[in-house]
Design a protein around this ligand. Structure first.
Ligand code: HEM
Length: 501
């Protein structure tokens, strides 16, 4: 269903974007503003900013379209991230759906590039601040930085950045989005969605719902609802009021400038670096303050992209999986996921460190120190706690599987003993609780020469670690034997009724 939300955002973005193209002027040529917005009368700004102000105040429906474009661009990365998260925690990314994961990830990155390039187009003060940061990052890359910056900006800042970003925004990003989306829909259609184990959802116990008419009607309804909500929000809630920010100017940056939420984690990564992280080598200044955040974010994103392949290598499980995992049953994966969220959250929070400091009247250094600790220690702590919670939930499931649900009814037996009546689980539920995954750790095997290589040992170690903190599933015959045995021992309601009769 998050896929439908993404689709609705993309539809709104495309339709509103096409509308904006008719009126937007992708030009950094300076002009004097003589439009309908009096406070800016006589101000010098680029043609791009003037046209965006005209879209906002003079073109009929222009402001609604701008705001719809921007709100949908804010919702799209959220919907894509939710898709990635649901896929991650349920193991939906395993074979045969690994391509779907890669496509989703690429869609997210494309959406981020789209959002970032669009954010720059109005050429207001916030756009300018964002671009200035990017210029700083590019210049901080050793050896090729200056050259890259000249290439990107077409000379000294701000150069021709508007002219350069416009084709990226209205041609390359949309083409990539359409291509990736087509591949993703095709993959989804060919493989069908993975399902949770358990009861079928229709009367005749068929798993899932047919595409026509049920799934199509649901998806269509959700699509329309999401579109309607985006339009309602766009019609009533201001976003990116560039007339309040004023035109971009290289020498200024207003306090409290914030990027759109989805690029906040990149900003945060830069803000977490301790002061003075640079050294001179070979006659050049090497700014770790730029290189380290770039490397950390790069490794983080690469880890997200490659996770399905890494997990497959570690578990040695290359079978097709059409049944989803319950997150508690794969405690290591769930722990890694929560650790990843905490790390992202720490970077994201750090992106607003100055605002947190001014709102809560605390020193900005303390806020940064807090987020530094959260980025370094938080993921490890989150991993350990999550694994423990998963294990506890597995034990609870095992309890329910073997002894049924607690009913809260305490009865007294003729012999004077008090017992609580347990309601046994039905066959579907039993199946769901009993099937907790059947993976076993990969063993370190010797190669042809009889050596156990370092790679094989590392893999075996990681595999053992992956399958730790996991209750071993009870084999079906043992389970039925155990249940039979328990139903003889346990007091269920009928035994109680019989005993009092
Ligand atoms: C068919 C594809 C697209 C077209 C034709 C298009 C066109 C445009 C145009 C002409 C502008 C400048 C006008 C303005 O700033 O109000 C703009 C701004 C913007 N675009 Fe797009 N765009 C497209 C796709 C996207 C995508 C995929 C995203 C992000 C996911 C995006 C996010 C933005 C943002 C955030 C702005 C700034 C809006 C503002 O001024 O507040 N656009 N777009």
């Amino acid at each position: 269903m998050f896929g439908v939300v993404s689709l609705a955002c993309i539809a709104v973005i495309f339709i509103s974007g096409l509308f904006l193209m008719f009126f937007y002027a992708p030009s950094s040529t300076p002009v004097v503003y003589r439009g309908g917005y009096e406070p800016l009368d006589g101000a010098t700004m680029s043609k791009a900013m003037r046209s965006t102000l005209a879209i906002s105040f003079e073109v009929q429906g222009g402001l609604l379209m701008r705001q719809a474009h921007h709100w949908a661009a804010l919702l799209l990365p959220a919907a894509l991230i939710m898709q990635l998260l649901t896929s991650f925690f349920t193991g939906a990314f395993r074979r045969p759906r690994r391509l779907g994961w890669v496509l989703l990830f690429l869609l997210l990155i494309t959406a981020l590039v789209g959002g970032w390039s669009g954010y720059a187009l109005p050429d207001d003060m916030l756009s300018g601040t964002g671009l200035r940061i990017v210029e700083g990052i590019v210049l901080g890359i050793p050896v090729v930085g200056t050259w890259l910056s000249t290439l990107l900006f077409g000379g000294e800042f701000p150069g021709q950045i508007i002219e350069h970003l416009y084709p990226v925004h209205v041609a390359i990003v949309p083409a990539l989005l359409i291509g990736l989306l087509a591949l993703r829909i095709r993959a989804g259609y060919l493989q069908k969605p993975a399902q949770f184990a358990g009861r079928g959802r229709t009367e005749d116990n068929v798993v899932g719902v047919p595409v026509l008419p049920n799934a199509a009607a649901r998806a269509g309804g959700l699509f329309l609802i999401v579109t309607a909500v985006i339009l309602l929000v766009s019609a009533t809630v201001t976003i990116s009021p560039i007339w309040l920010y004023g035109p971009s100017s290289g020498g200024n940056a207003s306090a409290g400038s914030q990027p759109d939420w989805y690029t906040g984690f990149l900003d945060g990564a830069l803000r977490l670096v301790p002061p003075g992280w640079e050294f001179v080598w070979l006659g050049r200044t090497w700014t770790l303050a730029i290189l380290v955040p770039l490397a950390v974010v790069g490794v983080y994103l690469a880890a997200v992209l490659l996770y399905p392949f890494v997990e497959e290598w570690i578990t040695g499980d290359d079978r097709d999986h059409n049944i989803l995992d319950r997150p508690r049953n794969t405690s290591t994966r769930t722990g890694i996921g929560v650790a990843g969220i905490v790390f992202y959250g720490a970077l994201w929070g750090a992106g607003s460190a100055d605002l947190v400091a001014t709102h809560f009247h605390v020193g900005v250094e303390s806020v940064v120190a807090f987020y530094q600790a959260a980025a370094v220690l938080g993921p490890a702590l989150a991993f350990v706690v999550t694994r423990r919670v998963c294990l506890a939930l597995q034990k609870k499931d095992r309890q329910i599987l073997l002894h049924g649900y607690e009913t809260g009814r305490i009865v007294r037996l003729p012999g004077g003993e008090y017992v609580e009546i347990h309601q046994p689980v039905d066959a579907h539920e039993r199946w769901r609780l009993a099937n907790t995954g059947d993976g076993t750790p990969v063993l370190a095997r010797p190669d042809e020469r009889g050596h156990v290589g370092l790679g094989a040992r590392a893999r075996a170690g990681l595999s053992r670690f992956f399958f730790e903190d996991r209750l071993t599933p009870i084999p079906p015959d043992e389970l039925s034997q155990e249940l039979r045995q328990l139903s003889d021992d346990d007091v269920d309601e009928s035994a109680y009724e019989a005993s009092i009769r």
